[in-house]
Design a protein around this ligand. Sequence first.
Ligand code: ADP
Ligand code: MG
Length: 803
Amino acid sequence: MASGSYRNGGVKVASKVDRLPSSAGYTTPKPSTKSRLSAAAAPSRRGVSVAPSSSKAGGDSGVPGRVRVAVRLRPRNAEEMIADADFADCVELLPELKRLKLRKNNWDSETYEFDEVLTEFASQKRVYEVVAKPVVESVLEGYNGTVMAYGQTGTGKTFTLGRLGEEDTAARGIMVRAMEDILADTSPEIDSVSVSYLQLYMESIQDLLIPANDNINIVEDPKTGDVSLPGATNVEIRDQKSFMELLRVGEAHRFAANTKLNTESSRSHAILIVHVKRSMKGRIDVDHSFHGENSMATNLVSSFRPPIVRKSKLVVVDLAGSERIDKSGSEGHTLEEAKSINLSLSALGKCINALAENSPHVPVRDSKLTRLLRDSFGGSARTSLVITIGPSPRHRGETSSTIMFGQRNERLKFQQNYLDSAKKLEEKWKANVDKARTEHQNLCLDNARNVEAPSTSTSDDVGEVRQFQNEKHLRQSTEDEINKLKSEVSRWKQLEEAGNAEILKLHKMLDSEVGQKQKLEEEIAILKSQLLQLSFHANETKPSLDRGVPGKLSTGFDSLVSQPRHSQLRDSANGPKASIAKLFEQVGLHKILSLLESEDLDVRVHAVKVVANLAAEETNQELIMAQGGIGLLSVTAADAEDPQTLRMVAGAIANLCGNDKLQKRLSREGGIKALLGMVRCGHPDVLAQVARGIANFAKCESRASTQGNKAGVSLLIEDGTLPWIVKNANHEASPIRRHIELALCHLAQHEINVKDMITEGALWELVRISRNCSREDIRLLAHRTLMSSPIFQSELRRLHIEF
Ligand code: ADP
Ligand code: MG
């Protein structure tokens, strides 16, 4: 199929034109005013024809030399609407991408590329414009062209190509529209449009206009390569109406012929050939300016040549059904039939592929169909193939093989590469997933062994998977932790409620305790102030404490009680006693005594002071004793360290010792021993009070003995005071010395004590007193006592002491 050789006539002109660059501005013969073809589109297609390799596949409509392939999807028909209602279409169209996805299953699909993808919504008009119009335009420009429909029976080949659209002009098919365009662009006066309508069945060509014309031969001009069918009827078309009539006749004959042959139209190829002869006379003059410096010569030549006629043809082929024909003949067709159909279609496919690959060998001779089409596709001819498919998933297999027909080898290669790389990616992904899984398992094992994960991991994917797993674990453990915390919180809330009740209870208890404490504190404060007052009074009543004790004792007491004196109290002579009595009544002795045990030293001191003062009153003394006062005083005497407290305790006991009625009880309850214990302090004021107490006791005891109320040795001697008395009888401090001298005198008045007194060395002290005592009354008393005691006298005699 050499370039330019398919044009019937005008070869020279064509070859000239073909050599011209597109940019040279070859002017297409001006279309007539009724032309609906785009004039602007013509030069570009011309240019492409000069340099076909420079054109972009699918980018230019009507690229010569290769077959443009469009795919058209038929909408679901009524039967499919019902039968496939629950299923998705087996194809998915991506018209913008010019791609078609054929579903393998729910998750897998194959993608194919086309020059044009026409959805089920594509109108007949659009299909014509996309598929056929460029070819028709090319034919009108003098090039041969072919439009073919290939697809499974029932997918719309005849609908696309042969629909007459008499009832609905929008439904007109490619044949009708092509003729309309051709007729519109040609002039019946100077141009000629004629039509042949044929059927190719089992490698036999039959005339559909005159069916009797059978077995029509294909004649090829060995010089030009033009293909012609001399035996076929060629009907001149003057108008669209006659063409429509012709189509109707042809279709009727096709049906009848097939019935006669006991076959179906789907097993034959229907071929419409439109011959266009255009006279270039008148038109060629326009081209003169185009020929530049050769225009003169051309003018000369043209004026002597017959008018140039440009011949071209448009072949429209409604191919046999692409469904695979069962070679077994079980469906009523013969093996020969199957062979021939498969032959012609596969031969056509081979030719299309050879053209697409710019193969030097296009196997056109393999079938009648390809031989017939030889001058109408490839080379400068433009060929369009529309692949018709149905949506039904039930015909997926047939649809798939139909699509493969439309896919040129280069596409198939691309498709294969695409599938291969997809497969490789899938394998890689699987390998990565496996690897990650293994790594993860290792990681788990490592974690279980508490061993560091090996640091040799190299794959990023594995790292990501591992990170993902880690995050998953982290998330899981965090969720667990949150749940744990939540239950902990609810548990704590319950506890808190219980705790709150408990706290409330404790608060109440605390409040009442605080109240009690406050009350006690207030009471203590009152007592303190009362004690303070009593202390004042005690100071005031100091002389009465010292009653019968002359000299320095009052001074010593004074020095220890350093409370400020209240002028009012001092001014009234009877006030203090009355006040103490009054306070005593108010507070109660028991409370005062209990304060002797207070932790607070200050309180203790004041309590002792008050008790000491109370003990000065004879009326209180028995009361104090009755309330166990001596016991408390004894405890204080034993515990206290400070001379002030000891002095007061000793003073209090000394006062009690002056009460005749309390003698025995005092001794029995440890009063004497407590008094004696306090001498450990050594402070002269304390010693003075001790001495006073002993003297008081001795005086009362003596009186009782005299009155016959006391028998037996002195309790002072029994309580072991004699050694201390003898030892301190000549004490340098006169208050102490005088109390002791008195005590010795009282003791010595009773014969029962004398023996012990002699044993302890008291005789010598008595002798000294009787001789040296500065106080005459005591000196005389001592003397009289010594003289009146027979035991003393005999002892003195025994000792040869002159008395
Ligand atoms: P084929 O020639 O491929 O066997 P047909 O052209 O006879 O298929 O179409 C089969 C049926 O489908 C017809 O009834 C036709 O009208 C209908 N059909 C085909 N294509 C379309 C389409 N694009 N839109 C609507 N109906 C269509
Ligand atoms: Mg059909």
